[in-house]
Structures are given as C-alpha cells and as structure tokens.
Write a protein that binds this ligand. Structure first.
Ligand code: F58
Length: 802
C-alpha cells in the first residue's frame, strides 16, 4: 500500500498503546509494574518498527516486480545516530506515539533520549551516508546501504585534566531493536593463501576465511512511502569450533577462527594520520566489499542469467576509496567464479562502479604496500596489475607516472578512478581541485569522468526533527510540504520584511538556546545566558579545520575584554565539540589547550558572563542535533583548499545561523546562495594560501605584524593557561611560529576582524535576525534530496520507483 496516507486515520493513540503494551509483555517480557525506561523504549521501538514493515516489503516487492535498477552504496561508515524519533516523525506518528506513551505514564522525550547513538562513523563522510540513505528512501530510489556492523562504533571520549581519553563505545551491549539478523544471508570471505592454476585458470585458495552475515535495518523515508535496507555485515567463524584442540587443552588455538571473526568487526578505525601497517583495516575493507558484491551478484542471478546485463540493473557507489577493492573483487567474481573473460568483466565492473572522493589531504588517500596487499589479497594483486597494464595499453600516450602500482604501493585513489565510470567531488571547489591537483593526468585521459555532486543534508532530521520551534514557524508561514521540497523555503523571504515574523523567528532561536543552556548547566555545571551570542565549532578535531585559530582568537578577545570590562561587549559563549583520532598527537594537544583556556576564562571574575568557553565531551550526532538549532554563529574556518565540502555548514545555515568562514568547500556555494551581506567571509583563497606557503618565513612575518596574536602566543608560552606546567605548550607555540602549514597565523588578523564584524552585527538585533532568517530561506539547495536526484541522473542512471 505505497500510496497509504501517512496519517492512517484508523490509527489512534489507543491502537498504538495496545501495540506497545503487547510488545512490552510478549517481546520484552516485562509487566507495566516493573518496566523501566529501557523496556518502554524497546516496546515503543518495536511498535514503530512494525509500522515500517508494510512500506518496506512493498518497496522491495515493487523493486523486484518492476526489475527496477537499484543503487548499492558501499561505505565503511554510516553515522546514523538515533533512529526512534526520526522514524516516528517520517511515519507521521510522533503525536500519536507521544499521546500513547503519556497514557501509560511515560514521557516520549525521555525515551528518545534513552536511545544510544549508532555511532558507526567518524564524521562527515559517515553522516553523509546516513543522510543519503534517508533521502533515497524519501525519493523512492531503490537502494541498499552496505556497511560493517561494528561491535564498538567510534570511541567514547572523555576529558581527564583537559586531555582526551578514549574508551570503547558499547552501543551493542543493549539490544539494537531496529535490525533483523539474517543468518541465511551469509558469504565466505577469504584472505591470504595462494593462487593456483587449475585447468589453465587462476584459482584463489585463501589461507583464512570468515563468514559475513547480514543484519538488515529498514530505512524509512518521509511520509513512509518507501523504505530501503541498510545491510550491515557481522562476522562469524567459518570453520567449526575445533573441539579436538579444545579437548587437548589448546584453548587459544581452538578459538582462533572466532578471534579473527570478532576482530574484523570489533572497531571502526578513527585514524587518518597514517595508513601504514593497517592490515586489519585492509581486511575490513575487503570483508565489507566482498560480502556486498557477492550479495549483489546472488540477488541478480535469482532472476537473471546474463551477468553482462548487471550495469543495467545495479549502480555501485564507493564512498571514498575504502571500498575501492570493489573493482578487482568484482572482476575476480565475474571471471574466476562465473567464467567471464577479463576484458568483458572489466567493462561490466566499470559500468557499475562510481567513486566519490572526500579528501585532498595526501595522508588520507589510501595506499597499501604491495607486500601487505599481496599478502592479504594475492589474487587481487594479480588483478590490479592486470588492470594497470590494460590501462597502459588502452592509453599508450598517458604520462608514465599515471598508474595504480607505483613505488611498491597500490594507490587506491587511482584504482578507484580507473575502475569507475564516474568520479565525483563533493562541492564545486573540491571537484575543481580534484581535477587540477589530485588526478590531473587521469582527468585529461578521461575527460568528463569527473563530475561534481555538492553534498547535502536531510532536512527531515536536521530541521523538522531537530528544530521544532523553527519547523513550526516555517509550516505556519508557508504551509506544509517544504520538508520534501526544500526550495520552498524561499517563500519565507518576503516574510523576513515583516517585523512580526522576525520576532517569532528570534523567539524560536531563543527557545532552542534556553534548552541548550539548561543542558549545559546540567552537563557542565556552567551557567550561560541564552541572550549571549552562541558561537559553535563542532566537527572532527584536525589541524586543517583550525580549531586552534578559533581558540587563539578567543584568547585575543578575552584579553581585549579584560582591558576594558565595562565597555559595551556582546557576551559570547564559545562552544567546541569533536574528537581527535587517537594517534593524532597535535589534535589532542589542541583539545587540551581549549580545555585549559576554558578553565581560566570561565573562572575569570573580570570577564564573568561576557565570555565562556565550553567543550562538552563525546560529541556525536545527538549532540549536534542539540547544538545546531541553538547556534547563532557557524564556524567554518578551514584553510582554503582543505575542507572537501563540509556538511555541518549546511545544517547551521538551515537552522538560521550565519557562517563565519573561508572560501573553502561548500562555504563557497553557501556564500553564493545567501549573499555576501549574510555571511562573514575572511581569509586567504586557496591560490593565495599556496603562494603564501612559498615563503618559508610566512608565519613568523604574520606574527611579527600582529600585536594581538603575538600577545596571545606569549601568554600561552608563559604558561598563563597551564600554570602548573608553564612549558606545556612550547611545542605548539613553536609550530605556529615556524611550521604553520595550515596558515593559522597568516589568517589570524582577518579572522579577528571578521569576529569584530560579527559582534557589531549581533548588537543590531534586527540586522541579525534578517541575516539569520535569510540563511534559512536560502538553504533549500543544501537538501540531500537535491544531491541524490543529481546522483540518480548523472551518476547512477536510476529513476524513482514511486
Ligand atoms: C569528510 N570526510 C570531509 N572523512 O572532510 C568533509 O569536508 C565532507 O563534507 C564529508 O567528508 C562528506 O563529503 C570525512 O569525514 C573521514 O571521516 C575519514 C574516514 C576515514 C578515516 C579517517 C577520517
């Protein structure tokens, strides 16, 4: 019943309540007298999940009945966050569910808050995959997301003496109520071993195997019209438990196969500092990819026989290079297991595959030592070499340095590029840089292959769900329907001229700020005024994102306020959030500095409420949902040319927070949409940055020329923020003076000046409200529905099944 209206009129709170009570009794095994929040939440989740089944089955049936082309999105990360509230809202059941819960004495808010985040990702790349899943479901684009069911998602962060401490995330300690285990969907995944010749053909004889087993989570779109599947692979031992060895007392050896299986799905790698020696990571990547491809072929062969037709039916998207082994693995399956000729298999694979690049940072581009690669995947090493020589023969005039295997390394970027029919960047600027700097030779050999697909975010989660007050105002002003047609936000524009509208817009923001202030008081024991300017930088901690520049500027501001505390300062609350990769020492030093600075500033009676620095630990999707609607100012201050796109920037914009930012990633397009008068632009362009780096003394010169920055660095070097260990930050200060690749010093004054402009704009309430509302009104372009529609037509050649 795909055209069932979302507000199924026969559905009343009483009907839902009966379902909840039934689940409480028969699924959870608790009675109402002893049920706690966890039990009630589970009962509610199962009740909501029940309602997804019909659209889910109907979607699957229709896809197969119409033999509809489908998208398979391969990603090492899906940063889903919580599911309950999102699914309930998409099904149009929120109000009914809230009433049903109230009827049994439970507050739905508390239950929503009780759900742990599914933190199966590091940052933007993983969250993008989650937004894409939701948009594909909303648009009726038949799709499977393929990922890994990590036992521990991204680590949990806490601060000890201001330092990041990592502990394992244990989201699977509780039952995950949204998934269905599919023990029958299992595939054998091999590693290592050798390649033998049998009947004149290569045969891979793996030395180790594990079994990949599917766990399916339905992803329901807006109004419950369509639901797709997120299929996450868990691992189990292929070989039977070795009872003989166990009985001999050799317990460790008996458990070896289980250990390999457990290790594979244990943790998500949060590291982009280096890829050296990460055999396990390579195994994880192959595990995901091989399981997904075997699944894709098995499904295809259930009702087709000619594998040459695969590209007509399946588009496979590689989310970054992590699943780039898909090229050689698909060729291996088609040739070794299904008897296709190599050249034909290569053509089929390339017609199916697409590759999205998410970074220009050379250290984050995967390369595997041929020794490691050949050891873990000996058959694939041969295939990679064959692809390389095929490409060499097909393009004899190519520059000699274009190749997949070079300097005893397998370059996954080049492999992904050569094995794809389309390669895309994630913002207009990034795509240009992918063409010019990352793959210039491949781009000229394959003109037209690189296309741009500017990222987007789902407005259902990031506006409708996260920001009730603003979503309510939007519906009251322009009517319902904008949630799935975000360009309609433009209809708000004429209303911005209306003082009454601006007032309600301001009140909605304030409501969110009051809520965040209450949370901050409860979590951090700090009082902040909701009338202060909430200035927010939340993202992975990385040098290129320049949280360091933010905290240095905060110190400069503090210094200024102290010198004249009675002047008419705009009170500011500086909010940071984010995790550093455990092996990334410099990022961890920045975290510690922010916390140390916060300690001093927050306890300074002279500045009092005029400035606070907050850094709640363990930033995740749920924390973002709390902070973004309450933000006044969005910090997007990366060194130009380094942030591929950014997606947080889009979420802030949608929620009416103007950006202070550089000409980097999607900031460029945000600026274009919202206009210079509604954006605080500062800093060097990518070209200027590249030129600037040619001068080895550039940072020294910038510091010498900036009294505020000089003072700030002096204060840090003297131990003003680390009195118990005055030289704690000597190395950090030294780096800013002498090895400032990310141009913190060179951009500092421009940033400081832009922050002054922010203060002036905020002090004029009316001006600020216009800017803020304009940001929301012009954010329609950044819906992931737009992005997905564009992938569907330009990359995947898939149409909607709705
Ligand atoms: C992010 N990449 C980009 N990588 O940094 C961001 O500009 C972009 O908006 C986003 O992708 C979506 O396109 C990103 O999040 C990672 O998290 C790495 C994954 C592999 C391990 C190291 C981090």
């Amino acid at each position: 019943m795909l055209d069932r209206p979302v507000n199924d009129l026969s559905l009343t709170p009483n009907v839902l309540k009966a379902d909840i009570l039934r689940h409480l009794t028969f699924t959870i095994g608790k009675d109402t007298a002893s049920a706690g929040a966890y039990d009630w939440r589970m009962a509610l989740c199962y009740t909501i999940r029940d309602r997804i089944m019909e659209p889910w089955f109907a979607s699957t049936r229709r896809t197969w009945a119409e033999d509809h082309k489908r998208v398979c999105y391969l990603s090492m990360e899906f940063l889903i966050g919580r599911i309950l509230e999102d699914a309930t809202i998409n099904l149009g059941l929120y109000d009914i569910a809230a009433e049903a819960m109230a009827d049994v004495g439970q507050d739905i808010h508390d239950l929503i808050e009780d759900e742990p985040d599914a933190a199966l990702g590091n940052g933007g790349l993983g969250r993008l995959a989650a937004c894409f899943m939701e948009s594909m479901a909303t648009l009726g684009c038949p799709a499977y997301g393929y990922g890994i069911r990590y036992e521990h998602g991204l680590f949990r962060q806490r601060f000890e003496g201001g330092r990041q401490v990592e502990t394992p995330e244990d989201w699977l300690n509780q039952t995950h109520p949204w998934e269905f285990a599919r023990p029958e969907s299992a595939y054998t995944i091999g590693f290592k071993g050798e390649v033998a010749i049998r009947d004149g053909r290569e045969v891979w004889l793996p030395g180790e195997t594990v079994t990949a087993q599917a766990h399916d989570t339905p992803v329901v779109g807006w109004h419950g019209k369509w639901a797709n599947t997120l299929r996450l692979w868990g691992a189990r031992a292929t070989t039977q438990f070795d009872l003989e060895r166990f009985n001999r007392g050799d317990y460790a050896a008996a458990a070896e196969p289980e250990t390999l299986a457990r290790t594979l799905c244990r943790v998500l790698y949060p590291d982009d500092t280096t890829y050296q020696g990460k055999e396990l990571r390579l195994k994880q990547e192959f595990f995901l990819t091989s399981a997904a491809l075997q699944d894709i072929l098995r499904r295809f062969l259930t009702d087709h026989s000619d594998l040459r037709a695969l590209p007509k039916h399946v588009a496979i998207q590689m989310n970054d290079t992590h699943p780039a082994i898909a090229g050689p693995e698909l060729i291996r399956l088609l040739t070794d297991e299904h008897g296709m000729a190599f050249d034909e298999a290569l053509g089929v694979a390339r017609a199916c595959l697409g590759y999205t690049n998410h970074t220009l940072l050379p250290e984050a581009l995967e390369r595997w030592a041929t020794f490691t690669f050949g050891n873990v995947l000996p058959r694939h090493m041969q295939i990679v070499e064959r692809i390389d020589s095929w490409h060499r023969r097909a393009y004899p005039n190519r520059p000699h340095f274009v190749g997949i295997v070079k300097h005893q390394e397998v370059r996954m970027g080049e492999l992904a590029f050569i094995m794809s029919h389309k390669v895309n960047g994630v913002s207009a600027l990034h795509t240009d840089l992918v063409k010019q700097t990352l793959f210039p030779e491949l781009n000229s050999l394959h003109p037209g292959r690189i296309v741009n697909q500017t990222n987007g975010v789902t407005p259902r989660r990031w506006l409708k769900m996260a920001n009730r007050p603003l979503a309510g105002l939007i519906t009251d002003t322009i009517g319902a329907g904008w949630e799935a047609d975000l360009d309609r936000l433009r209809e708000l524009e004429p209303h911005i001229e209306d003082a009454g509208f601006r007032k309600i817009f301001g009140a909605a923001k304030r409501e969110n700020k009051v809520e965040l202030s209450n949370w901050i008081r409860a979590e951090l024991d700090v009082s902040v005024s909701p009338d202060a300017l909430f200035d927010v930088q939340i993202k992975r901690i990385h040098e290129y994102k320049r949280q360091l520049m933010n905290i240095l500027e905060t110190i400069a501001h503090w210094h200024k306020v102290r010198s004249d505390p009675t002047a008419n300062w705009v009170p500011r609350v500086k909010i940071f959030g984010g995790k550093a990769a455990p092996g990334y020492a410099v990022a961890k030093e920045i975290i510690r500095l922010i916390n140390d600075v916060g300690q001093v500033i927050n306890n300074d009676p002279l500045t009092g409420d005029l400035l606070k620095v907050l850094y709640p630990a363990n930033y995740n999707v749920s924390m973002a949902e709390r902070m973004i609607p309450a933000a006044d100012l969005s910090e997007q201050i990366s060194t130009a040319g380094k942030e591929a796109s950014g997606t947080g920037n889009m979420k802030f914009m949608m929620n009416g927070a103007p950006t202070i930012g550089t000409l980097d990633g999607a900031n460029v397009e945000i600026l274009q949409e919202v206009g210079a008068e509604n954006f605080f632009l500062f800093g060097m362009t990518n070209e200027q940055a590249m030129k600037r780096r040619e001068d080895p003394d550039q940072s020294k010169k910038a510091i010498e020329a900036s009294q505020p920055l000089k003072d700030v660095l002096q204060m840090i070097a003297e131990g003003r923020f680390s009195p118990e260990e005055p030289d704690r930050y000597h190395a950090l200060v030294h780096r800013v003076w002498h090895h400032d690749y990310f141009l913190v010093a060179a951009d500092f004054d421009a940033y400081h000046a832009a922050q002054g402009e922010v203060d002036r704009a905020y002090a004029d309430r009316d001006r600020w409200l216009r800017m803020a509302a304009m940001n929301t009104a012009r954010s329609g372009f950044f819906s992931s529905d737009r992005t997905i529609k564009s992938y569907m037509s330009e990359v995947w050649s898939v149409t909607s099944a709705l």
